[in-house]
Design a protein around this ligand. Structure first.
Ligand SMILES: [Zn+2]
Length: 217
């Protein structure tokens, strides 16, 4: 089947994001997965079992939004249920990134969400980051755990597991994953120094308004 220009661009973008996730230490080995909407009712998603640094554009899997495979020699990522649920619940979402960023995942292991009031980047770029309760990886149970949180959130910590970010395109979803890990590192450093100076409520309101304006563009 001939690939559209859009699909070719999406394939390249997913492979690039996977490589960056690996190079920047947000995944190790086979960890993580990424997907993007490709047309009205299809997504492109990373294959199961590949080291993300090695994924090439031709190895991605094309699925319908109900999960049936359209094309691809490999099985889809084991976390496909979470990706499909994100697209089903959030029509505005066109890309999903899942990774195991070490410091952000440390928060998830400690049973802590990332405080939105801690850092300007979190307020502007991420918004509130909830801690999604534990679900068995690779199952629909894990997708079910996200149900109370889809609305109003674009970044999630996953208890005892990792993180998930959404975006209107792959670039933004990937940026959010990098921002999440960076913010987690900064917050952990501040706590190590003994004090976390939180933003005042009116300062946070201003940041939220900035985010709302960016999202509306
Ligand atoms: Zn994972």
């Amino acid at each position: 089947m001939k690939r559209s220009v859009e699909e070719i661009a999406h394939r390249q973008a997913i492979a690039t994001v996977c490589r960056r996730l690996g190079e920047r230490g947000l995944v190790a080995g086979q960890d993580g997965n990424a997907s993007a909407r490709a047309g009205r009712d299809r997504i492109l998603i990373t294959p199961a079992g590949y080291s993300k640094v090695d994924v090439t554009p031709g190895e991605l899997v094309v699925l319908r939004l109900d999960g049936t495979k359209v094309s691809g020699a490999n099985a889809a990522s084991s976390e496909v249920a979470v990706h499909l649920r994100a697209y089903a619940r959030r029509p505005d979402v066109r890309a999903v990134v899942h990774a195991h960023p070490p410091t952000a995942t440390g928060f998830a292991l400690a049973g802590q969400s990332l405080p939105e009031r801690a850092l300007t980047e979190v307020g502007v770029l991420l918004g509130p980051v909830p801690l999604v309760p534990y679900g068995v990886p690779g199952t629909t149970q894990l997708a079910d755990r996200f149900e109370p949180f889809w609305t109003g959130h674009d970044a999630f910590l996953m208890a005892n597991h990792g993180a998930l970010t959404l975006g209107p395109d792959l670039r933004v979803a990937h940026q959010r994953m990098e921002t999440l890990e960076h913010a987690a590192r900064v917050v952990a450093t501040a706590r190590g120094l003994g004090h976390l100076q939180e933003l005042e409520p009116d300062q946070l309101r201003t940041l939220r308004a900035t985010r709302a304006r960016r999202d509306a563009k």
